[in-house]
Design a protein around this ligand. Structure first.
Ligand SMILES: [Zn+2]
Length: 71
């Protein structure tokens, strides 16, 4: 479901998907894929390990975990 609003990631006003603009939503989908790949290889990784191995900020990782997209 799309609605207009402020992207929680970059602050752009756009049509949002899960509180993200199109651009950030795509980036997030790629981030999720990257994190899942690392988790598959290293199931006991913590947020810091994931951040180092994927290049995503720890903030970004914890946001994905909080949203439950990785489980
Ligand atoms: Zn955005």
């Amino acid at each position: 479901m799309k609605r207009n609003g402020l992207c929680v990631h970059c602050g752009k006003i756009d049509q949002l998907m899960h509180d993200l603009c199109n651009e950030c939503y795509e980036i997030e989908q790629n981030n999720i894929k990257a994190v899942k790949k690392v988790l598959f290889k290293y199931p006991n990784s913590n947020a810091i390990d994931l951040s180092i191995k994927t290049g995503i900020s720890i903030d970004g990782i914890t946001r994905l975990i909080k949203k439950g997209t990785l489980i």
